[in-house]
Design a protein around this ligand. Structure first.
Ligand code: PLP
Length: 404
């Protein structure tokens, strides 16, 4: 491990833009679902770098492939072809039914690409004024200008205006309002099939049906943001089909590279056919390293049986969480699927996250009152059985304390 700083936290505070509320812990290595500090303390990881380290830490096949690729060829840009990008696009097409892919470096860039090409589609079809977007309350789509414009929580947006115009937010629980908001001025509707940052909220079947109907009736395109809930996280390749949604565009990121940054926007042929050379691009997007990592991830997910494993251990985790919810009166709701869970509390969740950290269990808080779990896909039942009592103790301790 190459570090020169004896106090990385102090150096961070001096030299890194202070936009994160980090816990004061410094991890230097990991293995599977464990992370280790410099002095060898072990923490059990139930958040996997916010849904990224799907194969766990230091996964042998991923580590070998990255090392091999680094000593072969890392990057050539998109001025030339290389063998891995098209192969990855073909694998994603097979998995999603969306025929083409554009590669970028993050979830926000994937969302940005989807928003741009929704508008590009209407330009190509003689309706350049059809630029509106419909998004749901509690949505989170990323921090770039376009992605943050369709992100609901005003705190992410208000200091950065003016943002892109023409965005309408509608309450996700009101199917009739959602239907009414989608009109012939709507370029696209953007939804997370399970909202992540907004508090782990699955879209209701009623709202999903309203969206599908309104898109059919008006021609509005549907963008599924599967950055957090997609790629096996719920025990299924994607969550849109579970809700009967057939997106025209899909945004992917997080788990795709297992920790190597990569995002992807997937396109139906209908939308892809509007794209011309020069319309969009990325210097790094889809380079050899990122594609090699993503191919290893997909191999493990599909051929390696990891998706079935997520479904199996996800059911085990769910039953443990349901038992906790019945025992702990401060738990108001439990939402999620597979290995994506939100535990809604009757008060702010920050103290539970701290109490878990004190017990060397890594979880996080989202949407103020929700404790979120996004464990690595490789987690086993013994690790879940280790985590559940720690989580329950953290909830019990934090909820016993007087409300602040
Ligand atoms: C649903 C969803 N979309 C987009 C993003 C943005 O991804 P990134 O942080 O990689 O830009 C996130 C990140 O949490 C997300 O959960």
């Amino acid at each position: 491990m190459l570090t020169t700083s004896s106090d990385p936290i102090a150096l961070d505070q001096q030299r890194v833009l202070q936009v994160y509320r980090r816990s004061p812990v410094v991890f230097e290595s990991g293995r599977g679902c464990s992370l280790f500090t410099r002095d060898g303390q072990r923490y059990l990881d139930l958040i996997s770098g916010v849904g990224v380290a799907a194969l766990g830490h230091a996964h042998p096949a991923l580590a070998r492939a990255i090392a091999d690729q680094a000593s072969t060829l890392l990057h050539t840009s998109n001025l030339f072809h290389h063998p891995l990008q098209a192969e990855l696009a073909a694998r994603l097409a097979e998995l999603s039914g969306l025929s083409r892919a554009f590669f970028c470096n993050s979830g926000a860039e994937a969302v940005e690409t989807c928003l741009k090409f929704a508008r590009r589609y209407w330009h190509a079809h003689g309706e350049p004024g059809r630029t509106g977007f419909v998004a749901l309350d509690h949505s989170f789509h990323g921090r770039t200008m376009g992605a943050v414009s369709v992100t609901w929580d005003v705190h992410y947006r208000e200091q950065f205006g003016p943002l892109i115009p023409g965005v309408t937010f509608v309450p996700a629980g009101e199917a009739a309002a959602v239907r009414a908001a989608i009109t012939k001025s709507t370029a696209a509707v953007i939804v997370e099939p399970i909202q992540g940052e907004g508090g782990v909220r699955p879209l209701t079947p009623l709202t999903a049906d309203a969206i599908a109907d309104a898109c059919r009736a008006t021609g509005a395109l549907l963008i599924a943001d599967e950055v957090q809930c997609g790629l096996g996280r719920t025990g299924r390749a994607f969550y849109s089909p579970v809700l009967g949604l057939q997106p025209d565009l899909m945004a992917l990121g997080k788990a795709l590279g297992g920790g190597v940054p990569i995002g992807a926007a997937l396109f139906s042929e209908k939308v892809a056919s509007a794209a011309k050379a020069g319309d969009h691009g990325s210097t790094y997007g889809g380079n050899l390293l990122a594609c090699r990592a993503a191919l290893v991830f997909l191999d493990e997910l599909i051929e390696g049986g990891l998706m079935q494993h997520v479904a199996q251990v996800g059911a085990h985790l769910e039953s443990g969480l349901r038992a906790i919810a019945t025992r702990q009166p401060g738990v108001k709701d439990l939402r999620g699927a597979g290995l994506m869970w939100g535990i809604e509390l009757d008060r702010p969740a920050a103290s539970v996250v701290q109490a878990a950290l004190d017990r060397h269990l890594l979880i996080n808080r989202t949407s103020d009152t929700v404790v979120r779990l996004l464990p690595p896909y490789v987690i086993g039942e013994p690790e879940i059985d280790e985590a559940l009592p720690l989580l329950e103790a953290a909830i019990a301790t934090a909820l016993e304390a007087p409300r602040t």
